[in-house]
Write a protein that binds this ligand. Structure first.
Ligand SMILES: [Fe+2]
Length: 213
């Protein structure tokens, strides 16, 4: 350290005004870095495999109600899942007008995809693939069913997030209660993709999922 400097590096030989200016500059830098640190509220949601069963056949009905299919009078088999959520950035600020697509299995673990050879008939009343857009508060909602698991994977819902038509995240949602033995080892990354389902009625559950970009 130079002669006549103190621990903060101020030169005791300099005029008082210069040292006051340096002290102010230092405090502004400290406050700014503290503010940036304090504003980071959430970790980013990790990406996950798209898998081989992203829909290849364009459905006529792509909305956020997967339990009712346009032109069908019945409703989907399986337990209903009210999946609500929000899309935010790491500071917790809502991201509006973001599109979320989900695709998943029916209760028997079947995708609506020609490459899925799981035996059995697909449910004509289940929509398998849906999409919606976040509102001004970054919120979104799907009415779907609790997905069935297929070997060796735990039950999950695939999703893509798109902004202005461009895919910015592809990942999966896991369900803690559904997969006591099949969940990937619970790393901090998987924890960010896992939700709890709450029963709200007989055969009906709800869950909330936060997507952080
Ligand atoms: Fe899958």
């Amino acid at each position: 350290m130079a002669k006549n400097s103190n621990l903060l590096g101020f030169d005791m030989g300099k005029p008082l005004l210069i040292n006051i200016f340096m002290a102010l500059l230092l405090s502004v830098v400290c406050m700014t870095s503290q503010k940036i640190y304090a504003e980071e509220k959430f970790a980013k949601t990790p990406a996950d495999y798209e898998g081989p069963f992203y829909p290849v056949t364009r459905q006529e009905d792509i909305d956020n109600d997967l339990v009712q299919v346009k032109g069908q009078s019945g409703t989907a088999q399986g337990d209903i899942l009210h999946l609500s959520g929000v899309v935010v950035n790491t500071r917790g600020e809502a991201l509006q007008n973001v599109t979320i697509e989900i695709w998943q299995t029916d209760p028997h673990g079947r995708y609506n995809h020609p490459g899925d050879s799981t035996p059995g008939v697909r449910d004509p009343n289940f929509q398998y693939w849906g999409a919606t857009t976040t509102d001004a508060d970054g919120r979104f909602f799907f009415k779907t069913i609790v997905p069935g698991a297929y070997n060796p994977r735990p039950a999950h819902i695939h999703y893509k997030v798109l902004q202005e038509g461009k895919v910015i995240l592809t990942s999966q949602i896991y369900f803690r209660e559904q997969n006591p033995t099949r969940l990937p080892s619970m790393t901090s990354q998987i924890e960010l993709q896992t939700v709890d389902m709450k029963p709200v009625n007989d055969g009906e559950f709800e869950t909330f999922f936060r997507i952080v970009l």
